[in-house]
Ligand binder design. Sequence first.
Ligand SMILES: Nc1nc2c(ncn2[C@@H]2O[C@H](COP(=O)(O)OP(=O)(O)OP(=O)(O)O)[C@@H](O)[C@H]2O)c(=O)[nH]1
Ligand SMILES: [Zn+2]
Length: 205
Amino acid sequence: MPVVFVAASKLPTPFATFTMHGFLDEATGREHVVLSLGDIADGEPVLGRLHSECLTGDALFSQRCDCGSQLEAALQAIAREGRGVLLYLRQEGRGIGLLNKIRAYELQDGGADTVEANERLGFAADQRDYAMCLPMLEHLGVKSLRLMTNNPRKVKALTAMAINVAERVPLHTGHNPHNSHYLATKAGKLGHMMGTEHQGEVPQA
Ligand SMILES: Nc1nc2c(ncn2[C@@H]2O[C@H](COP(=O)(O)OP(=O)(O)OP(=O)(O)O)[C@@H](O)[C@H]2O)c(=O)[nH]1
Ligand SMILES: [Zn+2]
């Protein structure tokens, strides 16, 4: 079932007034949002981010993760450039949903790391897929991205859908004493590129 465009409006923020595009993924019933700024359909690589929903980090100021800080940094970078796109993907908790993420946090409070907690609940470490991005980017006329991420899976997923990743832009922000173990596990078990040694490097699909 397709991902359909529903409506667009202005979204004023402290950083810029974005255009907000709403999409419905008819297969999952999930409602996804894109914030765009400037002319993104001119064929030149667009500064962009795929941001997976994290209610706790994005809206509730959680310091267990780096999500809220990354969201803000990405919007600020797009505003600075005057051009860019942020896809806000409704796949909370790496695809396991909010309540299961709270279950996973409970296990983490007892000593499990973020990957072990998912696995103990019967989930894969990362259940996300990025297929919904293609129809949204096609609708917006975006073919090439300068992707703000430390996650090589996002680069591979886009490349596999024939969206060009012209550059990977590291997004290192939001580190604090509460999430140092979480960030170390992302680097150690999920392949995230947390150091500066990979700067500008585009992982091969
Ligand atoms: N299951 C689970 N999900 C988590 C946990 N901490 C954060 N998340 C989720 O992880 C996802 C993080 O997504 P993104 O911000 O797109 O980032 P990323 O995949 O870490 O990669 P970057 O692009 O480098 O930030 C969100 O869906 C969060 O809800 C956790 O401990 N367990
Ligand atoms: Zn988070």
